[in-house]
Design a protein around this ligand. Structure first.
Ligand code: NAG
Length: 361
C-alpha cells in the first residue's frame, strides 16, 4: 500500500502542475511497466460508441449556480484534493456513490440519508452495507458550501460534482455537468436492492439493470470503465476463485497467473475484507488499462469480465474499442456520466435542498 499511496500522491502533484495538458510526461513506473496510455493508436473502427444521450436535460442545466454560488465547483475540488491526498480510494468511492444514488429512485441524494424515525437508510441495503464510502467527504463539502452559500447547493448535485471532480483529479475526462437536482425526502432500500446490479451479475442481468434506468449497452461498458480506479474486497470475487458455478472450480475465464495472484489475496476461508485493485495496471489513474486487462482475462469481478466473455457481441466490441482508443473511452464515459446523472432528478418545487445531507430538513 505504501507504493500505491506514494504513486498516487505523485499523480496528484503532476495533475496540479500540468493541469489539463494530457501531453505532459508521466512518471515512469506508474503503469507498472506496461500501460499503453502513450502508445495507444487512434482508431476509426468505432462500433456503436457514439450514441449521444438523446434524453433531454430534465430541467437541469450547467449554469444553475452561476449567480447563487459561483464558487461551487472550486470548493468541491479543493475538498476533494485534500481528501484524495489523504486517502486515494476516495476518488473511486465517490464515483460509486453517485452510481448507487442514481440507480435507487434517481439522482436525489437518497443514498446519503441516515436511519431515523422516518427513514430506513439505503446505507443498509445489500449493495451498500459495509462497502459504500465517501460520506464524510460529502459532509465536508456540504459544510464548506453552507458557509459560502447557505441552503443553496443540493446534496444530489454535490454527489454529481464529486464524481466528476474525482474523475478529473484521477487524470480522467472532464465534462459539462447539468445541475439543479434537488434532494429527496425519502429513501428506498428496496430500490437499492432491486436496481443496483451485483459484482456477480452476468451480462444479460447487467444489460437489463442498465436498461431499466434508460442506459444502453454502450453506457454499461463505458461506465464499467470507472473500474479503472478503486479496489474491491475479496468477498466480491471469492466465488470466481473457488466455486464459480457451484462445481468447486474457478471461473475458466480467469487468466492463470492472475488467478494465482488473487488466491494469495483472497483465501478460500477468511480474508473477506482484503482488498485488491480493480485495475492493477494503474490502480489510481483514470485510463483505459481496465479494458486492456479484460482482453487479457484479468478483469477482477465477474461483472467486469463478462463484458468481454458474456454472449453479447456489442459489449465485447466496445471493450476492444476502448482498450485500443482511450480518447473514445473518455468521450463516451463523459457522455454516459451525464446520462446517468440525469436519471429521474427532482427539480423545480419537488424535494428540497437539505441543510445536512444525512437528514431531511
Ligand atoms: C444470468 O443471471 C440470471 C440471474 O442470476 C439468470 O436467471 C440467467 O439465467 C443468467 N443468464 C445467463 C445467460 O446465464
Amino acid at each position: 500500500m505504501a507504493v500505491f499511496r506514494g504513486t498516487f500522491l505523485g499523480l496528484v502533484v503532476v495533475t496540479l502542475v500540468v493541469s489539463a495538458t494530457l501531453s505532459a510526461a508521466h512518471p515512469e513506473g506508474f503503469n507498472f511497466g506496461w500501460g499503453s496510455r502513450w502508445g495507444s493508436k487512434p482508431s476509426t473502427d468505432h462500433h456503436g460508441g457514439g450514441h449521444a444521450p438523446a434524453g433531454g436535460s430534465h430541467g437541469l442545466f450547467p449554469q444553475f449556480y452561476h449567480s447563487s454560488c459561483p464558487q461551487v465547483n472550486d470548493i468541491v475540488i479543493s475538498v476533494l484534493q485534500r481528501a484524495i491526498g489523504k486517502d486515494p480510494r476516495v476518488a473511486a468511492s465517490l464515483l460509486r456513490l453517485h452510481f448507487h444514488d442514481c440507480f435507487a429512485q434517481g439522482c436525489d441524494a437518497s443514498v446519503l440519508l441516515d436511519n431515523s424515525m422516518t427513514i430506513l437508510s439505503e446505507k443498509g441495503a445489500a449493495p451498500n452495507v459495509n462497502s459504500l464510502r465517501g460520506f464524510a467527504v460529502i459532509d465536508e463539502i456540504k459544510a464548506e458550501l453552507e458557509e459560502a452559500c447557505p441552503l443553496t447547493v443540493s446534496c444530489a448535485d454535490i454527489v454529481a460534482l464529486a464524481a466528476r471532480g474525482s474523475t478529473v483529479l484521477s487524470d480522467g475526462p472532464n465534462w459539462v455537468l447539468p445541475l439543479g437536482r434537488r434532494d429527496s425526502k425519502t429513501a428506498s432500500v428496496k430500490s437499492s436492492n432491486s436496481n443496483i446490479p451485483s459484482s456477480r451479475s452476468n451480462l444479460s442481468t447487467l444489460i437489463t439493470a442498465f436498461k431499466r434506468q434508460g442506459l444502453d449497452e454502450t453506457d454499461l461498458v463505458a461506465l464499467s470503465g470507472g473500474h479503472t480506479i478503486g479496489v474491491a474486497k475479496c468477498s466480491t470475487f471469492k466465488r470466481r476463485l473457488y466455486n464459480q458455478n457451484g462445481n468447486d472450480q474457478p471461473d475458466s475465464t480467469l487468466e492463470r497467473s492472475y488467478y494465482f495472484g488473487l488466491k494469495s489475496v483472497c483465501p478460500s476461508r477468511g480474508g473477506d475484507n482484503n482488498i485488491t485493485p480493480l485495475d492493477f495496471a494503474s490502480p489510481a489513474r483514470f485510463d483505459n488499462t481496465y479494458f486492456q486487462l479484460l482482453l487479457m482475462g484479468k478483469g477482477l469481478l465477474t461483472s467486469d469480465q463478462v463484458l468481454l466473455t458474456g454472449n453479447g457481441r456489442k459489449a465485447a466490441e466496445l471493450v476492444k474499442t476502448y482498450a485500443d482508443n482511450e480518447r473514445l473511452f473518455f468521450q463516451q464515459f463523459a457522455q454516459s456520466m451525464v446520462k446517468m446523472g440525469n436519471i429521474n432528478p427532482l427539480t423545480g418545487l419537488k424535494g428540497e435542498v437539505r441543510k445536512n445531507c444525512r437528514r431531511v430538513n
